[in-house]
Design a protein around this ligand. Structure first.
Ligand code: ADP
Ligand code: MG
Length: 628
């Protein structure tokens, strides 16, 4: 309980006790009414003050105003006991609601716990504690057991296992040793490690993700804005209707010659005001979205705003990139087929030419070569997305890439019969041979595709890789619509066609962030795989799957659907109860007590319902991939 909640609880207790005592003391008339003003002011002073502020700031029609008009009106017509009771109930409801909101905020705050709060610098005179923001690239930091890695870096001494669960929801720690990259926000589980800072704090993973989560809740969904606008029209309308009930109805009945007591109508109008309070909607809808986003991030799915939750829920087409999305993106050289030179020579040329590339293919070639690369010998590097690279090595022109690149440069190449990704290598336009590399389909990909289909979604695969390998992967995963040999631009064209011809629903594009930025940006919902580590993909995508697990695509869609269902439940439930009570109230079938009880009840239930969105249901997250 925070200070404000404690103060309100004390106010509630004091005024309840006072209320009961005054009720029991046998006073009558004006004295009794005057005495009841005391508990009224104790419990309601802030509402009165807020009403005055509201009017001053040009927002006269809010729930404070409704409560003020209703309770003061009740006093005037002599229903002072009910007036105090109404205020009491209202405040009890507010207290409950603040508990629920606080709970969910705390849950979300826990997510932001990835932000490290210190870094320990190794200096000539020993360890020195500094803020993560003060770390410079190249600094040597010591990270002890149980501490968070302050900035992204590389281990230069020691080994340990690190826990990525704060970033990805993945609970199995990963072994890391000298030369491995460690990300800020991960927790060192055992063993002391020395880390060389590779990035400053502001561009490190932990800070990027924290910023992302913070910004996400600021982006409003359509239904959220709708509720805001709705409240703007709703409250004045309600006040107008109350006026009609209080004045026009009795006037009308007098004209018609039917005798009614004016006070009865005023009382009905006031109950009407109490019941029409829109707080349940105004509070629970944004809260539902907020909890939905929070719940998803706890499972390692970062959704960049409530509007994307809405679009996710409507996804009908999922276009998947192959490399890095459905496959590990972890190529291994299967074989080197060559003309006349040493196998190692081909690998050497290829890895020198690829030395500046971060493409998974480049990484694997360098790994297969396994030796130091002197980058000063590599000049004029050009990377052609979806084709390969060109570089000059010791003055020789080297081309490394697929059929397309060779054709374009007039290199006569030999076609490869085996299934796999083929990497041709040419020197001065003369064909040297090719490296056949293989990638593994992720263990979760098959289930991921099945889950998507079960949700009634059309799944297509788009890849820049060759026909044979594309078909093989498609067959393995039961994807019938496979498009291959695509340049990033072709992917975009196919995507646009699908977007333009779609019958209904939204189009999602899922890529690993390399070469796929245009398609991710163009999609209704752009999803980047493996946000951890690759910061560029975090920026362009609407949704980031932190670990590479494609099963989380269907999880995210189901979760979005569930969150929206909760939002609609709240809207419908609140409106239905209100309308029912408004009708009953107009005919004098309920009193003000019941009205406020219904209002507070609806609000508490709606808020509790909203917090259900914090939980992500369904799927299993166990990773079955063998980590190499
Ligand atoms: P995907 O669509 O499967 O993710 P990309 O668009 O990243 O694939 O690349 C498509 C193809 O372009 C690769 O299969 C490869 O043949 C070629 N390619 C792209 N980048 C490189 C590179 N750096 N070196 C060699 N070949 C590359
Ligand atoms: Mg790719």
């Amino acid at each position: 309980m925070n200070k404000k909640q404690k103060r309100n609880l004390i106010r509630i207790i004091i005024s309840t006790v006072l209320f009961v005592i005054l009720y029991l003391i046998p006073t009558t008339g004006v004295l009794r009414e005057t005495l009841f003003i005391i508990p009224y002011l104790i419990i309601g002073y802030d509402i009165l003050i807020n009403t005055v502020y509201g009017i001053k700031n040009g927002r006269p029609f809010d729930e404070n105003c409704l409560m003020t008009v209703a309770t003061i009106g009740a006093f005037i017509i002599g229903e002072y006991i009910e007036s105090v009771a109404v205020m009491l109930f209202y405040q009890i409801g507010e207290l409950f609601q603040s508990f629920a909101v606080r709970r969910s905020r705390n849950e979300i705050k826990k997510l932001l716990d990835i932000r490290p709060d210190k870094a320990v610098l190794m200096t000539a005179d020993g360890e020195k504690e500094i803020f993560p923001e003060e770390v410079k690239i190249g600094d040597i930091l010591i990270v002890k057991v149980g501490e968070k890695v302050p900035v992204d870096g590389v281990i230069i001494e020691g080994s340990s296992s690190v826990d990525l669960s704060l970033l990805t929801g993945e609970s199995v720690p990963l072994k890391k040793s000298i030369g491995d990259e460690v990300l800020s926000g991960t927790v060192n589980k055992d063993g002391v490690i020395l880390v060389r800072a590779e990035k400053e704090f502001s561009v490190s993973t932990a800070n990027k993700i924290t910023e992302l989560i913070e910004n996400a809740s600021a982006k409003k969904a359509k239904s959220e804005n709708f509720i805001k606008k709705f409240a703007l029209i709703y409250t004045p309308t309600v006040v107008g209707l109350a006026f009609i009930i209080a004045v026009i109805f009795p006037l009308g009945s007098i004209i018609l010659g039917i005798y009614t007591q004016w006070n009865v109508w005023i009382y009905r109008a006031l109950s009407f005001l109490v019941i029409s309070c829109p707080c349940a909607l105004v509070i629970s809808v944004p809260l539902s979205f907020f909890c939905g986003l929070g719940g998803a991030s706890r499972k390692g799915v970062l959704i960049k705003g409530a509007d994307y939750l809405e679009r996710l829920a409507k996804t009908k087409y999922v276009l998947l990139d192959k490399t890095g999305t459905l496959t590990e993106g972890n190529f291994t050289a299967i074989g080197v087929h060559h003309n006349k030179i040493e196998e190692n020579e081909i690998l050497k040329y290829a890895s020198f030419a690829e030395s500046f590339s971060t493409h998974p293919i480049a990484e694997s070639v360098k790994r297969a070569y396994g030796k130091e690369i002197d980058r000063s010998r590599v000049k004029n590097v050009k990377e052609y997305a979806g084709k390969g690279v060109y570089a000059e090595i010791d003055g020789e022109q080297i081309l490394v890439g697929n059929d397309k690149l060779m054709l374009e440069n007039g290199v006569l190449f030999i076609e490869c019969k085996s299934v796999g990704t083929v990497l041709h290598v040419a020197k001065n336009k003369e064909y040297l041979g090719h490296i056949l590399i293989g990638d593994k389909v992720k263990a979760e990909s098959k289930t991921a595709v099945e889950n998507l289909k079960r949700l009634g979604i059309k799944v297509k695969m788009l890849t820049g890789d060759g026909d044979k390998i594309a078909k093989e992967v498609g067959d393995k995963l039961n994807i019938t619509e496979v498009y291959s040999k695509l340049l990033p631009n072709d992917k975009l064209k196919i995507e646009e066609e699908i977007i333009n011809n779609k019958e209904k629903g939204e189009v999602m594009f899922v890529g690993d962030g390399i070469n796929d930025a245009p398609s991710i940006t163009r999609a209704d919902v752009g999803v980047a795989m493996g946000g951890v580590g690759s910061s560029s993909s975090i920026e362009v995508a609407d949704v980031v799957i932190m670990d590479d697990n494609p099963i989380k695509l269907s999880t995210a869609i189901s979760h979005a659907k569930r969150t929206l269902r909760i939002v609609y439940e709240n809207i419908l439930f609140a409106l239905a109860i209100k309308i029912a009570f408004i009708i009953l109230g107009t005919f004098g079938l309920i009193n003000m007590w019941m009205a406020v009880f219904a209002d507070v009840g609806v609000m508490v239930i709606a808020v509790l319902n909203a917090t259900r969105a914090l939980k992500v249901k369904g799927e299993k997250y166990e990773r079955t991939v063998s980590l190499q």
